[in-house]
Write a protein that binds this ligand. Structure first.
Ligand code: ATP
Length: 247
């Protein structure tokens, strides 16, 4: 698999599958993560495997919103850790966010494996292991978060979050940036800023915008956030997928 030639038309998608497979083998990704990847791939195929203009605008709004936040947190699950570990660490650095491991199928072994993997990719402090606070309205295991992490955050990046937890976080008043290739998923529908794009493209894209906006004033950042239209972005993504215009 590692010998896939880079000019192979399905290079990116084959590489992604390979990384997820490795993630499962090394105990980072759950088997459910394989299914999530398959769902995502189908949507990405119909999007032409590219960042559409509304996702670009969403990534910029996300960068601005995270730079404005008092306490931003980037949530990391098994697919995120397998696909974009270094890029996620860079994003957290660029916007001054904490990293918190947050799993649907939580086991101590997977939590540790993901935290170690992030540290190998340059993370200094990884939250999520304390689990000393709860998100109201969720069952015991899925409610666990760090009191100093997601529980205290005002803005949270939740790539590939499950719908229940995305809704529960929104109920807590958090501003959510969701990265999800399905514009109809409850997570995307709940988000203040839904980015309908592959995390492989979206995570480095937000970082790039954040670096560009580093010296922007609060007024400029607030204007970028205010200009972003979440309904229009979700509609454009759904239209692009339904049209499935593959040139
Ligand atoms: P919801 O409850 O939010 O409606 P779900 O829980 O049914 O959604 P899952 O089956 O957990 O969703 O799938 C995870 C989601 O992650 C899917 O919507 C899929 O499109 C998305 N996804 C998978 N891989 C990627 C990726 N690489 N980049 C962005 N999104 C992805």
């Amino acid at each position: 698999m590692t010998d896939i030639p880079e000019d192979h038309p399905r290079y990116q998608s084959l590489l992604t599958r390979h990384r997820i497979e490795e993630g499962v083998e090394s105990g980072i990704t759950s088997k459910q993560g394989l299914i999530a990847e398959g769902r995502g791939e189908a949507f990405d195929y119909l999007l032409g495997e590219e960042t559409i203009p509304s996702a670009e605008a969403a990534a910029r709004a996300a960068a601005a919103r995270l730079l404005l936040a008092d306490h931003p947190v980037v949530s990391v699950n098994g697919n995120v850790a397998a696909l974009v570990p270094g890029e996620t660490v860079e994003l957290a650095e660029a916007v001054g966010a904490d990293l918190e491991v947050n799993l649907f199928n939580r086991t101590p072994e997977r939590m540790e494996a993901i935290a170690d993997h992030l540290r190998e990719h340059g993370a200094e402090d990884v939250k999520g292991l304390e689990a000393d606070a709860r998100i109201p309205g969720l069952d015991h295991e899925r409610a666990k978060v760090d009191a100093e992490g997601i529980h205290a955050a005002d803005a949270v990046v939740v790539p590939l979050e499950d719908g229940d937890r995305a809704e529960a976080l929104a109920e807590m008043g958090k501003t959510e940036v969701v990265i999800d290739l399905n514009p109809l998923s409850r997570s995307a529908q709940t988000a203040a800023i839904p980015i309908v794009d592959n995390i492989l493209r979206a995570v480095p894209n937000i970082t790039e915008h954040a670096r560009e906006l580093e010296d922007a004033s609060r007024e400029e950042l607030e204007a970028i956030v205010a200009e972003f239209d979440r309904e229009a972005a979700l509609e454009e993504a759904e239209r692009a997928i339904r049209r499935g215009d593959l040139d």
